[in-house]
Design a protein around this ligand. Structure first.
Ligand SMILES: Nc1ncnc2c1ncn2[C@@H]1O[C@H](COP(=O)(O)OP(=O)(O)OP(=O)(O)O)[C@@H](O)[C@H]1O
Length: 461
């Protein structure tokens, strides 16, 4: 196999050099750019197989590099490097079609394993094997929300109904889709996953339905679309809300009449494909806005499954954490045995905007950094512990069993917010608004106290 070419875009010169040396040592061919403008040029001149970009560049942000790649060379995986404070942007990047993100400071083993996964995914894509049967095992979870998903997937799997899976990014929607396929009568036929968010508008038709030689510039040969590839099996359309109106019409036809037509052809091809779709936006709103066709919405929504965010199902935390720990140990050839009790408490208090994907990444990173037999709070990013600390002001770390059920009731939350505010005010008054002393008494750091004061509208005076 030929050497993979990697373009690194980052304005930190020393970091770029370090990364280059590391990647070269592992037989990658590397080019670097310190700016968006140069990155854009190298994208054309160097023709990389993979792009690694920082989220903050002096002249633009890294998301624009991602957009550029998705527009011009959508098959090239983009890995984003972010500081932990940018996690929400990283989540947005995933929605826009990024392959994955790694958090800075970048750990050599972590970056190498992510790059290797990207190389593997490219090799799969280029040989048109988009079937990607998951190597990871499926965890069912124990929360009520997970049990409901289990019940619904088992019920709907054998029916052939179209399923719409809703949930935030990283909650496991694609895993649920694969599960439905695996439990259906189509399980020995292809499962084809397509990220509609990463499909360039003008190529979406050809990617889904195929094209004929000469149909447009660049169509140098006839090409099967993914509907034909998936024939007999299941097609999973992730981020369905991103399809253009035009493609929505063609998709509706494919579902209603079970026929597709390649771009540039008049011949209709019969296809038998089950449709599973996913979205993390409110499609009903998109219908009301006129961005998504109502008839298509009803077609894809014969059965809906809601996947809850991780923060709303803390009962699942321990199981997933253990699963990702075992996975990380295997991938990194380590033998970390478990989690210190305060780590599980931090996990349960953190808001997990990136959901299971974020938990997986955090644990992998912690395994890399661990020196002892268990993962300790010191191996977690500061932002994560700070956010968890902030929400713990009136909920001191419990010593109880790690998987006990925390309060979920909305009123209870509201009450605890109110008493948290009162506690902060009383403490501040007691120490005459000396923030350092107040922070000490409340057992949080000053930054957390400031954030809380801002959040509750307490004057900083
Ligand atoms: N049930 C599960 N068992 C084990 N791992 C899971 C499960 N669900 C999700 N994961 C882990 O979380 C990662 C993200 O899941 P997945 O890609 O299915 O999320 P998603 O909701 O489709 O995300 P996006 O909306 O960003 O496409 C997976 O790669 C896997 O590592």
């Amino acid at each position: 196999m030929s050497v993979s070419k990697i373009l690194v875009v980052d304005d930190d010169v020393t970091f770029c050099m370090m990364l280059e040396t590391l990647l070269r040592k592992h037989d990658y061919e590397v080019a670097h750019s310190y700016t968006y403008a140069d990155g854009r040029k190298k994208l054309a001149d160097f023709n990389p197989d993979i792009v690694l970009t920082d989220l903050r560049l002096p002249d633009h942000d890294g998301l624009e590099i991602l957009q550029l790649v998705k527009r011009d060379v959508p098959e090239v995986p983009v890995i984003l490097m972010t500081s932990y404070g940018d996690i929400r942007t990283a989540v947005r990047a995933m929605k826009m079609g990024a392959f994955d993100y790694v958090t800075k400071p970048v750990n050599p083993d972590e970056i190498l394993s992510t790059v290797q996964r990207a190389v593997n995914s490219r090799n799969k894509a280029s040989t048109e094997v988009n079937l990607q049967v998951s190597e990871e095992s499926y965890i069912e979870g124990v929360s009520d929300a997970s049990l409901k998903i289990l019940e619904h997937t088992t019920l709907v799997a054998p029916t052939g109904m179209s399923v719409l899976i809703m949930g935030e990014s990283g909650t496991g929607k694609e895993f649920v889709a694969r599960r439905i396929h695996a439990l259906s009568q189509r399980s020995d036929k292809p499962f084809v996953a397509i990220d509609c968010g990463a499909l360039p508008r003008d190529l979406a038709g050809s990617e889904l339905f195929g094209h004929m030689k000469g149909a447009f510039t660049g169509a140098i040969a006839d090409k099967q679309g993914q509907f034909e590839v998936a024939n007999g099996g299941t097609i999973f359309l992730d981020e369905i809300g991103n399809l253009s109106y035009d493609i929505q019409i063609q998709l509706l036809r494919a579902i209603q009449e079970r026929k597709i037509r390649r771009v540039g052809s008049t011949v209709e091809i019969q296809v038998d494909v089950r449709i599973i779709t996913a979205t993390n936006e409110d499609l009903k709103q998109a219908v009301l806005r006129g961005d998504f066709r109502e008839d298509l919405y009803h077609r894809i929504n014969e059965f809906a499954i809601q996947v809850a965010p991780l923060r709303d199902r803390p009962e699942d935390m321990l199981m997933f954490a253990r699963h990702f720990l075992a996975q990380a140990n295997k991938e990194l050839l380590r033998d970390v045995d478990g989690f210190a009790p305060d780590v599980m408490q931090i996990f349960k208090r953190y808001s997990w905007p990136g959901n299971l994907r974020e938990l997986r990444n955090i644990i992998k990173r912690a395994v890399l950094l661990s020196k002892g037999p268990v993962i300790t709070a010191g191996t977690l990013p500061d932002e994560l512990t700070a956010e968890a600390d902030a929400s713990a002001i009136v909920q001191p770390v419990e010593k109880g069993p790690v998987d006990e059920k925390p309060a979920e009731d909305i009123d209870l939350r509201e009450t605890s917010r109110r008493s948290e505010r009162e506690l902060i005010i009383t403490t501040l008054e007691k120490v005459r608004f000396n923030k350092s002393k107040a922070a000490k008494l409340l057992n949080v750091d000053r930054k957390t106290l400031y954030n809380k004061m801002k959040q509750y509208g307490i004057p900083l005076q």
